[in-house]
Design a protein around this ligand. Structure first.
Ligand SMILES: [Zn+2]
Length: 154
């Protein structure tokens, strides 16, 4: 993946230079690495490297998308188990339609959750606005489906 080969010796020099000016802590044992002269943590002995990170919590929208999908998948699997026995019907057409639409929505959920889990990188490349729109739409639809389902069960 790297197009530029990194040189271990200059990586080490840059790390030591960074630590001579910045009070960083070891990500594993929290030892203060300020003024360190090697690329190993003196406390836990782990190898250290200088790395570029993102400044925002970039996974938030993805988690808002995935959490309701996984919760809905649980119910979906339950309906798949019940499916061979058929689902009870409701007396009037519209109630029947709403009830079955909700059941099929949850039954489709494991597949949707699968794509969301494995499409994480692709999702994160979308603009923040689109990410939040997709996540909020999934969360809202799933919340409505849960409420409709509860309305039938209770
Ligand atoms: Zn350490």
């Amino acid at each position: 993946m790297d197009t530029v080969m990194s040189d271990p010796e200059s990586d080490r020099r840059r790390l030591i230079e960074h630590l001579s000016a910045n009070p960083e802590r070891c990500p594993l044992c929290n030892y203060n690495l300020y003024g360190l002269t090697s690329d190993r943590c003196p406390e836990c002995g782990k190898h250290l490297k200088l790395q570029v990170g993102l400044t925002e919590a970039f996974l938030k929208a993805w988690l808002v998308l995935v959490a309701p999908l996984l919760a809905g998948s649980g119910l979906g699997v339950f309906f798949w188990v019940l499916a061979p026995g058929g689902f009870p019907g409701a007396p009037d057409f519209l109630t029947n339609l709403a009830f079955h639409a909700t059941i099929y929505y949850f039954m489709a959920m494991p597949l949707v959750a699968f794509f969301a889990l494995f499409g994480r990188r692709r999702f994160l490349r979308l603009s923040k606005l689109i990410q939040w729109r997709v996540a909020m739409t999934a969360a809202t639809l799933t919340a409505i489906a849960f409420l409709v389902f509860l309305g039938f069960v209770l």
